[in-house]
Design a protein around this ligand. Structure first.
Ligand code: ZN
Length: 633
């Protein structure tokens, strides 16, 4: 290797590579007064900027983690380079020719090829792949792009290329350009088994670039049916320069727009990033070969310049299917690391932005992003959709599930407004929601070790199974049902026609519903008035063992309150039973009313309101015993 870089050349690098220019390729900086600039520190995790850059004095300093120094120190630290590498990189970029002098060279790097060589190898590989896209072998690759609405200019803008099927073409090409196999392997471009061969073979490849435009890896899509590797996408595996937990495809093109628009759009694939940018959504990025995670969020925040309350928005696009919904719920966990507002944009009919652009054009893609909705609202909708809100038990379950979500919001100032929203969506009182949220908050949280990676709000794959264990028949909630059925079975003559308008839905326990069906099948209590075999007839009409057993039990258990029931006695039970039915219907209508917007759905709203008034009147009459038992609204 050459000797030490001359001091005056290093000084020239320091002069020409302006620190504000260099740093702003990694961090979005804002004016902070006194001529200095401020941003979120790339060296420690923070939400309010304490990272300062002083252009006049050409140094940076972080008041949070105490990192500081000149432009060379910054590049060494942020890119993990040695001093010499940092100077070389800046020298190349800012046009400073570096001269060497003999003598005390910097100690050799302890392991692996220098970062600069890996970047250089990627530059060569990218140009090679791009050139191959024009070859005869790449016709399938070109068709793939064409079918997805990408022309030659789009392919060039994104540097899309073709990895030949040959298997050693790139390996040979890199050797020809004086890269050692060790360097090519360390770069992740060449694999090493019994011999050296290309990592990507017969695939369409996208260069994955750093914010400054350097290519550091590739994403490669399967396009041939006989590809021996099944995976649809292959990505560069972890290397010294490629960290998949931090890499965002498209960041090089999106970073300026992200800063200007104070917005980032996170999509799911390479073609989606392309489609978005071409459609005019220039803030789109995607994680590569891994789910969007906490580290990605940190990177985005740095470019958004997430400055607390004034921060921009992050919009996740998902297709509307269950996988997309699951992915959205998963983001909730990493959402917490944004001070930004987090939104979801869901494309119709499970289309991704690429499909959408093909079928409906650029405008539809812009529209998709414009129609974003807050992530929490989306998640709440998802939870509520799994329950039948027209039923009391459905509302209870929905409230319990959703309260867990609301309770997990770390920004406590938002809990109250989400609680209000939840009350409105489910159709229950705000106090009920507050109680449930408090209860959810006191439930044990997952262990801290799992907390970052596990999903606390993950959507179960299937709806929860129905409760298997029936409540006991002697539960006080079913007292009225039970007593009335005892009267019906033991004293049909004392009941007569008082139950003429009772229906199965007046009973809430499934077994009692079965009993009533058997009673109806045996032609009702009036038919049993003079029939000594009535109880047997009812039992014979039942098929389910639990119902048969219940009929036997109801036939022998003493009736409460009288030894000689008559229709006046029975009718009180019938009133009470129907009053309970009416109360349930009132609760259902009230819940629906609360979920209905009186402005948008005036007709429905007024109809339900009318129904509610009638039900209330009816219940009052039942309480006063002023109506016949059959007069249910
Ligand atoms: Zn710091």
């Amino acid at each position: 290797m050459a000797g030490r870089i001359r001091d005056d050349d290093i000084a020239e690098v320091r002069e020409k590579a302006r620190i504000d220019d260099v740093v702003s390729q990694y961090v979005t900086l804002k004016r902070a007064g006194g001529g200095s600039l401020k941003g979120l520190c790339p060296f420690h995790d923070e939400k309010t900027p304490s990272f300062n850059v002083n252009p006049a004095r050409q140094f940076f300093h972080c008041f949070g983690c105490q990192e500081g120094g000149d432009v060379i120190a910054f590049i060494m630290k942020v890119d993990g380079l040695t001093f010499t590498e940092a100077v070389e990189r800046l020298g190349e970029k800012y046009g400073v020719t570096l001269r060497r002098e003999d003598g005390d060279d910097e100690p050799a790097r302890p392991r692996g090829p220098a970062r600069g060589r890996l970047i250089e190898a990627h530059k060569v590989a990218q140009a090679f792949y791009a050139e191959q896209l024009a070859s005869a072998d790449a016709v399938v690759a070109r068709q793939f792009l064409h079918q997805r609405g990408f022309d030659q200019a789009a392919a060039e803008l994104f540097g899309v290329g073709f990895a030949p099927r040959d298997g050693e073409a790139l390996t040979r090409h890199l050797r020809g350009r004086r890269f050692t196999d060790e360097e090519s392997v360390a770069a992740g471009l060449v694999a090493h088994g019994r011999s050296h061969y290309d990592r990507f073979r017969g695939r369409l490849v996208w260069p994955i670039r750093e914010a400054n435009g350097d290519t550091i890896g590739f994403g490669a899509r399967r396009i041939f049916d006989d590809d021996r590797i099944e995976a649809k996408y292959l990505n560069t595996s972890e290397t010294a320069i490629y960290k998949k937990s931090q890499v965002l495809y498209g960041i090089d093109l999106a970073r300026t727009a992200m800063k200007d628009a104070q917005q980032a759009v996170v999509v799911e694939g390479y073609t989606d990033v392309m489609a978005c940018h071409l459609a005019g959504v220039r803030t789109a990025v995607a994680s590569c070969g891994t789910a969007f995670g906490t580290d990605h969020a940190r990177v985005l925040r740095r470019f958004l310049g997430d400055h607390g309350a004034t921060s921009g928005e992050v919009i996740f696009t998902f297709d509307g299917d269950s996988a997309g919904q699951k992915a959205a719920m998963k983001v909730l966990e990493s959402d917490q690391v944004f001070a930004s507002q987090t939104y979801v944009a869901v494309a119709p009919e499970g289309m991704d932005p690429c499909d959408l652009r093909i079928k409906e054009g650029d405008e539809a893609v812009r529209e998709l992003v414009a129609k974003r909705q807050p992530l929490y609202r989306f998640a709440l909708d998802n939870i509520l959709a799994r329950h039948d809100l027209d039923r009391a038990d459905g509302r209870v379950d929905a409230l319990r599930d959703a309260a867990g979500l609301v309770a997990s919001i770390r920004d406590k100032t938002k809990v109250e407004s989400f609680s209000r929203e939840l009350a409105h969506m489910v159709g229950v009182d705000l106090d009920e929601v507050r109680t449930e949220v408090r209860r959810a908050a006191s439930r044990p949280a997952p262990s801290p070790a799992d907390e970052r990676r596990t999903t606390r709000h993950e959507v179960p794959a299937a709806p929860e199974p129905p409760r298997q264990v029936l409540p006991s028949l002697s539960d006080p909630r079913f007292l009225i049902e039970r007593e009335l059925l005892k009267l019906v079975i033991q004293h049909p003559s004392g009941v007569g026609r008082t139950t003429a308008h009772v229906t199965t839905t007046d009973f809430t326990h499934p077994t009692f519903q079965g009993v009533w069906e058997a009673v109806t099948a045996a032609d009702g209590p009036a038919a049993g008035a003079d029939d000594p075999g009535w109880a047997n007839k009812v039992r014979e009409a039942a098929t389910e063992p639990a119902v048969v057993a219940a009929i036997t039990e109801l036939g022998v258990e003493p009736v409460r309150g009288t030894s000689d029931p008559n229709p006046t006695f029975a009718v009180a039970y019938v009133y009470r039973l129907q009053e309970l039915t009416t109360s349930r219907r009132i609760a259902d209508v009230k819940a629906r009313l609360q979920r209905t917007n009186p402005v948008d759905n005036a007709l429905d709203y007024n109809r339900m309101f009318g129904e509610l008034v009638m039900l209330e009147q009816h219940r009052r009459k039942l309480r006063e015993g002023a109506v016949g038992p059959g007069a249910t609204a």
